[in-house]
Design a protein around this ligand. Structure first.
Ligand code: ZN
Length: 102
């Protein structure tokens, strides 16, 4: 997964003095930017994208679970189980940057 926090556009905030390079602010979605920080808008948009990604993955998980439950074909079931595991892992990997119990 690309690190949106590491690659964030620095130009958005040069005034609040709380979100600079040596500061730990805004390295994940567990925290919020400081007040009056220029990254607030950027953070909001990224947070919305993040939530959408998580929801899509969870939807996929639901669909795969149902398909697997109804699957009679062993070969297809193996493929579904593999997809299910991959999707679960992907959701798990998001925990590095934010909550996944949305
Ligand atoms: Zn700032």
């Amino acid at each position: 997964m690309e690190n949106i926090f590491k690659d964030r556009p620095e130009r958005f905030c040069k005034h609040c003095k709380k979100c600079g390079e040596n500061c730990n602010f805004i390295n994940n979605f567990y925290e919020k930017p400081p007040e009056d920080c220029g990254f607030e808008g950027w953070f909001f948009l990224e947070w919305e994208k993040y939530k959408q990604n998580i929801r899509k993955l969870k939807e996929r998980l639901l669909v795969l679970n149902v398909q697997l439950k109804n699957c009679k074909d062993a070969k297809k079931a193996t493929k579904l189980a593999s997809d299910l595991q991959k999707t679960t892992n992907k959701i798990e990997s998001y925990k590095n940057i934010g909550p996944t119990d949305l």
